[in-house]
Design a protein around this ligand. Structure first.
Ligand code: NAD
Length: 262
């Protein structure tokens, strides 16, 4: 049976050209949503599939509020509504605190937090005019359990978690749901590929990343972007109508604590 869960609905996805964002855009369009995506770049390998699915693409930097405002306004002008937003655009930042520059701060917090915050602002502005909506912020397992090796990234994702809860509490009365997913380690993503490329020993790095998550270790693989997209789509859908302010870990138990010795 064809899945039509999002038929007649309009969705915006940021950072939709690769990894988790690409899988989410494709899945939500396959399930009937009219998808508008924005990203800082456009990848030619997506063109045929996105055209086939009627996905509308634009280039823009989520650090600029105007980009998000215009995207919401365009989606509403063309479809008359906005039902769903996935704040997915994000960047990694692996540096000890002593090496983090002000520029690094502005970059990482700008994409990961400011972009998500102003995405929420403009989506909520529109959703308040209609009959509510659903927003999913892509945080990270680092948003649940901060990590030692990337304090700035961990800070940005912890802030996304706090923002998600605050907005969820404020707007449940308006039928606007705001949740977050906290994935990782996710393979086949630009973020993970960049870390693998930087590693001195890429095989050892991949082994270590997988074994930092008990579930990933049990399956001997990373989480896939499609697995994250399925959870995002579920949170967006009416199947999760009473779910708001939830941080859904998709991390094979990584953020639960210290696993048993193997
Ligand atoms: P990715 O690099 O494949 O995807 C990120 C996308 O965001 C890219 O298409 C990139 O071009 C876009 N982007 C970056 N800066 C942007 C900007 N300023 N404006 C607009 N678009 C921008 O990596 P991914 O892993 O799919 O990342 C998606 C989200 O998942 C991020 O928020 C990331 O923090 C989060 N995440 C990833 C992992 C992982 O293991 N890969 C784990 C936890 C959380």
């Amino acid at each position: 049976m064809t899945e039509t869960r999002f038929s007649g609905q309009t969705a915006i996805i940021t950072g939709g050209e690769s990894g988790i964002g690409r899988s989410t855009a494709v899945l939500m369009a396959e399930w009937g949503a009219k998808v508008y995506l924005t990203d800082i770049r456009q990848l030619p390998e997506n063109t045929a599939r996105y055209q086939e699915l009627g996905i509308s693409r634009s280039t823009g930097d989520v650090r600029e509020e105007a980009v998000l405002q215009q995207l919401v306004d365009r989606a509403v002008a063309e479809t008359g509504r906005l039902d769903l937003l996935v704040n997915n655009a994000g960047v990694g930042m692996v540096k000890p605190v002593t090496e983090v520059t002000e520029e690094d701060w502005d970059f990482c917090m700008g994409v990961n937090l400011k972009g998500a915050f102003f995405g929420c602002k403009h989506a909520i502005r529109q959703m308040l005019k209609g009959d509510g909506g659903s927003i999913v912020n892509v945080a990270s397992n680092a948003g649940l359990l901060p990590r030692a090796h990337d304090p700035l990234y961990s800070t940005s994702k912890q802030a996304v978690v706090g923002m998600t809860k605050s907005l969820a509490l404020c707007h449940a009365k308006d039928r606007i749901r705001i949740n977050a997913v906290c994935p990782g380690p996710v393979g086949e993503t630009g973020m993970m590929d960049a870390d693998i490329e930087k590693a001195d020993d890429s095989d050892q790095f991949i082994h270590d990343v997988i074994h930092a998550s008990p579930g990933a270790a049990a399956w001997n693989r990373m989480i896939t972007p499609e697995e994250v997209a399925e959870s995002i789509a579920w949170l967006c859908s009416d199947a999760a109508l009473m779910v708001t302010g939830t941080m859904l870990a998709i991390d094979g138990g990584k953020s639960l604590g210290v696993p048993p010795a193997s």
